[in-house]
Write a protein that binds this ligand. Sequence first.
Ligand code: 4AD
Ligand code: MG
Length: 467
Amino acid sequence: MKAIRRTRISDLLKSTAYGTEVNVRGWVRTRRSSKQVAFVALNDGSTISNVQIVIDVEKFDEDMLKLLTTGACLSVNGMLVESIGGGQSVEIQATEIEVLGECDNTYPLQKKGQTMEYMRTVAHLRPRTNTFGAVFRIRHNMAYAIHKFFHDKGFYYFHTPIITASDCEGAGQMFQVTTMNLYDLKKDEEGCIKYDSDFFGKQASLTVSGQLEGELAATALGAIYTFGPTFRAENSNTPRHLAEFWMIEPEVAFNDITDNMDLAEEFIKYCVQWALDHCMEDITFLNNMIDKGLIERLRSIVDTEFVRLAYTDGIKILEEAVAAGHKFEFPVYWGVDLASEHERYLVEHHFKRPVILTDYPKEIKAFYMKQNEDGKTVRAMDVLFPKIGEIIGGSEREADYGKLLARIEELGIPMKDMWWYLDTRRYGSCPHSGFGLGFERLLLFVTGMANIRDVIPFPRTPNNAEF
Ligand code: 4AD
Ligand code: MG
């Protein structure tokens, strides 16, 4: 086969260099044939669009042509010509075809229109479909937009540890990390496991959040963000929870909760605008195939001011809804940790736009949040989104050493885990704030996909760690 430098299909489809010889490589999506010609739709992942390969059947070996099946990998040399049919602008008149990888009829992606549940059982191959190709290209673009947003604002990307000995959220949902022989655990007189001979010499886990170390960095570098995997062993089988997910956590010295809300709102709008500006081909596909309201919803977010509302006022609205006959599955009262149905009622029914809920009861929030004067609430802020519920959770942090220490003691958090964190409040403490955006929750919103398992390549959920 003649050596020609490969062109990506995304570049080829923009080209007008008709008559030049090109090489493309990719996987067969479909093939149609008549007596004289065969048409192969080839995709290389660079774009959702396929390039059409036109094959003059007489010029090729019959046995080779039989191998041009769905899923097969090909290298094709040919002439770039203007396409006469609708759809694409160009097509390739094949001169040479090499089958790089054959694909027989056991290929799991032969049939179109499979369910999402089925696609999860073939997660190793699903990136080759239109839908998942689109989702993962958007996922990349969102990651890039996030780094660009913070870099342009002068934030530093700070790497916090994945293995940790402290529980940031205090919810006790951590996966343990150990090299101990689980069949022969050493225990003390009280029956507690002895960790001194374990790899780290103490109990260690996978992090639920990089925030605590992020705060150390913010009180040195000024403004930082983390972007890494986080782990939660919560046994919730919902369309919005993963055991392993990616989180973006900015943390800024001298920001109060209002600055924090401004940053969160600007940040999300930037990401959504980026998707509209750079991923329109994939988003249009998802809008047509998955969620007809997607583009409209994305556009409406970037032009809308988010509602800012205190938790107490949110509860009042929900109680009024109950009084007026609205049925919730879970009860509503001051102090309750809002369920997704409550959050969505506020966002989708009542305000019809995103809501930032603030000043939650301290009992349902983490120990590090700044305590309000009322003694009951803390300066928390959750950003609630249509169809998603909570997309961001954050707060102004308690900067006062005495108050923070009192709360840590009140909750019985072991001091051996917290001494270094408390040092930020002992040595040059300052007001500061931050939040965490669940990357996959953002992707649910931007792609219109209904289940969080379908916006991460290899989902980790209870009873599932396949691939
Ligand atoms: O509200 P969370 O638990 O807040 C924190 O972890 C703070 N340390 C963040 C901070 O202030 N720096 O989690 C933050 C976000 C949630 O709003 C949600 O979007 C996402 O992380 N999230 C999950 N996403 C997928 N699966 C899960 N199990 C998630 N748990 C939280
Ligand atoms: Mg939260």
